[in-house]
Design a binder for this molecule. Sequence first.
Ligand code: THU
Length: 281
Amino acid sequence: MSSSDNRRLSVTRVDVSKGHEAEFHAISTQFAALLARKEYGRAVTVADEAEPLRFYSVRHWNGVASAELCHADPEVQSLTARLYQIARVTHVVNGVRRAEMVRLLLEDRRARVEADRRTGFDRRMKDAGSPTGIERRVARDRRLGPRRLRDRPGEVDLIGAARHAREHADAAFSHFKVGAALETADGEVITGCNIENATYGLTICAERVAMFKALSEGHRAFVRIAIVADTDSPTPPCGACRQILWEFGGNLEVQLANLKNPKGTYRLKDLLPLPFDARLL
Ligand code: THU
């Protein structure tokens, strides 16, 4: 294989939050200089004609190995970490997605979610113009098996998974069945349903079942949870579940739905303002 066959292209869309344009340009310049100096490749930043805060970061890698080295480079990682603080970054073209790059991308996503979880950082950019909720899901996908990597988080039919999980609810006392589906940072879906108890007090909600199942299987980074009940008005998580979800999931996206329709998308930090957590101990 000639060396030119090994060259790859990556493109990310970068939606910069308002007021951070200058910092974004500084980061881009440093990133381009780093890529050239360390001979990883070439980086060019292109502005979107129609969207003033939208840019495309085009990277021409000298090879798959260069891209891998670049992603593992601490200098690059610290620049990327700064970028994630001021922008929403979406992979558009990933020319280096081979087995090892999939792993790197997963680590990258896990690291971002983990960082959010620790700091309670809200990744939403008010001006980013990206769809939320159901619009973000592109299609129903019933293959809710383990370890499925998604190109973009949010493409999985999380509400569908929660509806399905609800069918297993054991709600003999309240007859109020709830289903939950939790999406991990690497696109796996872990479901839960409420399980009631004759003592009533030992009842456990769908959300906590999902979270504890996920934790017990080793997951530690989460992006969203869907909660479904058969009611006209949305069923938000109870106080105890908000606390557990916050401590283990951070500022999750919370999608509420009934059996037919979505009923709203929230952020956990808005459902649990002024939270108590390990940072205060
Ligand atoms: N429940 C949940 O599972 N999740 C919620 O978000 C609200 C309440 C369950 C607990 C109990 O089994 C039943 O619904 C009635 O409170």
